[in-house]
Design a protein around this ligand. Structure first.
Ligand code: SAH
Ligand code: SF4
Length: 346
């Protein structure tokens, strides 16, 4: 079966050629699959009926069907639980900022990385998402709300760099002029720090924003919460980040979830400040979402502010991230787990 939504216009052209169709149909099909986010072949009314019938047999239309939507009462955030063609569930979060809509998409069903504070990580890994399934999340939300999404963050379920080739293809399709046309400068990719893949990404020379989930100033603390820290030392990771910044000229944003009594002391801030010296960096402090059974508590507002002040002494800018959709469990991984629990209980 052809996974049509994952294909470039050239690839569609060669499929259509195989079916004896004229080349101009590829552009029409691409428009339906990408820019319009079609959810059925029958919508594609400018394609002849017999072609639509053949496409139904030879190809498939990967979609993200809305299984559930939760709207925050506190702000204009919506969380989607999507059902994929094979019945798996994933989550996306749509956020409304003054400059437009941003969607946080998933890149895998589950995740292998096992971070202890993360609901997705604690739920284990199921499979990679196809490029079409990452795209379908953006398209489904746009259609549902009748809006245009201007920014994408790859910060939902899964580790994007662990699904490297599908994510690269997604980026190429989503930024294509005849597709959704969302430019690389409007896309952020977040990784827990797969060092070999950061070097690969550096070589792609994309204008996207790289976010690195650091969450600790040293290996001793980092290995407590992030198993990936056993594979790559923090120094190796930060060396990769330094080089990435030098080669691409792009500032890296470091994510740091503040957990009370684990990684939020002044000493931690000083060590972090010291380690980040010379890197084009920005630090995002997030009070940890208390979602796993580990008993982690979020740091106090005062602690967060003090951490920012210490980093400033090292000339590192840090911001305390607003938590959007606090009432709808807007951090990813929780809905899928809930859904699994429901099914298991039935
Ligand atoms: N796998 C990638 C991207 C998805 S996770 C990564 O880890 O970077 C997106 C972000 O949410 C990461 O920075 C991750 O560390 C953070 N995160 C996960 N669980 C969290 C929690 N309970 N509280 C705060 N941030 C969390
Ligand atoms: Fe995976 Fe990211 Fe969650 Fe870690 S924080 S388990 S890498 S999704």
């Amino acid at each position: 079966m052809w996974d049509l939504r994952s294909m470039t216009v050239e690839e569609l052209r060669s499929c259509l050629q195989e079916l004896g169709q004229p080349a101009f149909r590829a552009g029409q099909l691409y428009d339906w699959l990408q820019a319009r986010g079609a959810e059925s072949f029958d919508e594609m009314t400018n394609l002849p009926k017999n072609l639509r019938e053949i496409l139904k047999q030879r190809g498939e239309l990967r979609c993200a069907a809305i299984a559930q939507r939760y709207d925050s009462q506190l702000d204009d955030t919506s969380k989607y639980l999507f059902r994929l063609n094979d019945g798996e569930y994933i989550e996306s979060v749509l956020m409304h900022y003054h400059h437009g809509y941003t969607i946080c998409v998933s890149t895998q069903v589950g995740c292998k990385m096992g971070c202890t504070f993360c609901a997705t990580g604690q739920g284990g890994f199921c499979r990679n998402l196809l490029p079409s399934e990452i795209l379908a999340q953006v398209q489904a939300a746009q259609r549902d709300k009748n809006i245009r999404i201007s920014n994408i963050v790859l910060m939902g379920m899964g580790e994007p760099l662990d699904n490297y080739s599908n994510v690269m293809r997604f980026l190429k399709l989503v930024s294509s002029e005849k597709g959704l046309n969302i430019g690389m400068r409007h896309i952020s990719l977040s990784t827990c720090g797969l060092v070999d893949r950061i070097y690969d990404l550096m070589d792609e020379n994309l204008q996207l924003t790289l976010s690195v989930s650091l969450h600790a100033p040293n290996d001793r603390i980092r290995t407590q919460t992030m198993p990936v820290a056993r594979r790559w030392k923090i120094d190796e990771l930060l060396t990769a980040c330094r080089k990435y910044g030098e080669q691409t000229g792009r500032r890296i944003s470091f994510e740091y979830a503040m957990i009370q009594g684990v990684n939020d002391s002044d000493a931690c801030a000083r060590e972090l400040g010291h380690r980040l010296k010379g890197i084009l960096a920005h630090v995002n402090l997030i009070p940890v979402n208390e979602v796993t059974d580990t008993g982690y508590k979020r740091s106090s507002r005062e602690r967060l502010e003090r951490f920012v002040a210490v980093l400033a002494e090292y000339h590192i800018t840090a911001t305390i991230r607003r938590t959007l959709g606090a009432d709808i469990n807007a951090s990813c991984g929780q809905l899928r787990r809930k859904k699994i629990d429901e099914v298991v209980q039935k």
